[in-house]
Design a protein around this ligand. Structure first.
Ligand code: ADP
Length: 187
């Protein structure tokens, strides 16, 4: 089963994605985690991606599309995965659709975690103090939210006609949100 978790930065995609992946026994693929690891390891991708990430901008598709292709091609992801943080642009969404369709698969569920903007900012600035992510400065946070609205929120219109888009309120306890997700996914 392939499940996309869509939501603004700070909406809890990572937290809920991890729980869902553990519960369903399928891997979670998070492009943000992969990119941060690439930055730490100082790989060619990491060196190119860092300045976009620090500013809260998307890493350009020409750097991301091959990464997505490689991640979906791993044996671990052959039967399913939780997609966290991608697709994030129309080009990425088209690539994921095509890669899965070529294998006779599809995105079974798209979960949209809904959290209002002030709560998102509050969460990210709180997290900044705990995790020290270099893109959790107030300026980068505001920009990440604007980029989400501009480039990623339109994907809702791409998925909505398929009838498997579920809006999940992203406020409440972690357990409450996980329960809403369980209901939406039906297992
Ligand atoms: P958040 O959802 O809080 O922004 P992520 O870990 O998903 O956190 O992403 C952090 C940053 O990594 C993004 O701001 C962007 O620069 C980069 N990034 C992650 N995934 C993608 C992607 N699919 N396409 C482009 N850039 C990405």
């Amino acid at each position: 089963m392939f499940i996309l978790i869509l939501g603004a930065p700070g909406s809890g995609k990572g937290t809920q994605g991890k729980r869902l992946a553990e519960r369903l026994g399928i891997p979670k693929i998070a492009t943000g985690d992969i990119l941060r690891a690439a930055v730490r390891a100082d790989t060619a991708l990491g060196r190119q991606a860092k300045r976009f990430m620090d500013a809260g901008n998307l890493v350009p598709d020409h750097l991301i599309l091959d990464l997505i292709k490689a991640e979906l091609a791993t044996p671990a992801a052959s039967a399913g995965a939780i997609l966290d943080g991608f697709p994030r642009t129309a080009a990425q969404a088209e690539l994921v659709d095509r890669l899965l369709a070529d294998r006779g698969q599809r995105l079974n569920h798209v979960l949209l975690l809904d959290v209002d903007e002030e709560e998102l900012v509050r969460r990210m600035l709180a997290r900044a103090r705990l995790e020290g992510r270099s893109d959790d400065t107030e300026e980068a946070v505001r920009n990440r939210l604007a980029v989400y609205q501009r480039d990623t929120a339109p994907l809702v219109a791409h998925y909505a006609p398929r009838g498997n888009l579920h809006r999940v309120p992203g406020t409440g306890t972690i357990d409450e949100i996980a329960e809403e997700i369980r209901r939406a996914v039906g297992r």
